[in-house]
Design a protein around this ligand. Structure first.
Ligand SMILES: CC(C)(COP(=O)(O)OP(=O)(O)OC[C@H]1O[C@@H](n2cnc3c(N)ncnc32)[C@H](O)[C@@H]1OP(=O)(O)O)[C@@H](O)C(=O)NCCC(=O)NCCS
Length: 164
């Protein structure tokens, strides 16, 4: 799977992308979650945890590149669009839309009837982004975010994809 325009390419992730994905994930996770999630989750999300998860999840990862440089990524997990992060310098330029679209297509192409995602309730910028793309806010729920010691409860909203 590869799509491209003059500025960006969206393609499946490969092992060589792992370091870039881990950095973008670590920085973006902080931007999206600090102040909106319990301290226990912040403590669990060490720099090494992003390195490990980026490596473990490379086969579920789709990346967007600009001039060959990874500028953002999305992951899927079954019927879930699981992570969507852009490099700070790439936000506000349409790459988020391309990645969300690619992830939704990947979930549906894998045979799921509908895609869903969880977004932290306090991440209002991302919630507006999903709404602008027609995703349906099915309301609040408590997401159990996995951590090495088990899970941490996080207040989230569940969104479902408009296409099915
Ligand atoms: C959410 C995200 C993937 C959207 O992609 P995008 O291409 O930037 O999409 P948009 O241009 O429509 O911007 C969406 C929101 O991102 C934020 N944003 C946009 N440009 C930004 C920039 N230059 N710097 C910081 N935040 C920015 C804004 O909150 C914006 O919403 P608003 O315009 O209603 O305030 C991307 O902004 C991002 O990586 N954000 C940080 C990580 C995050 O929240 N991920 C989602 C986790 S569920």
């Amino acid at each position: 799977m590869t799509t491209s325009n003059a500025a960006a390419e969206v393609r499946l992730g490969i092992l060589r992308d792992v370091d870039d994905v881990a950095r973008i994930w670590r920085e973006g996770w902080g931007d999206a979650h600090l102040g909106h999630v319990p301290a226990a989750l912040v403590t669990a999300r060490t720099p090494a945890s992003f390195d490990e998860r980026a490596r473990d999840r490379v086969s579920d990862t789709i990346v967007a590149t600009r001039a060959g440089v990874v500028a953002g990524f999305v992951m899927t997990d079954g019927d879930q669009v699981d992570q969507l992060y852009l490099d700070r310098s790439a936000r506000g330029g349409g790459l988020g839309s391309a990645l969300l679209d690619a992830a939704e297509q990947a979930v549906l192409a894998a045979g799921h009837r509908v895609a869903w995602l969880a977004v932290a309730t306090g991440n209002t910028g991302a919630r507006r982004f999903y709404e602008r793309h027609g995703w349906i806010d099915e309301g609040p729920f408590v997401h159990q975010a996995p951590v090495p010691a088990g899970s941490v409860a996080v207040d989230c909203h569940r969104f479902v994809s408009p296409r099915r």
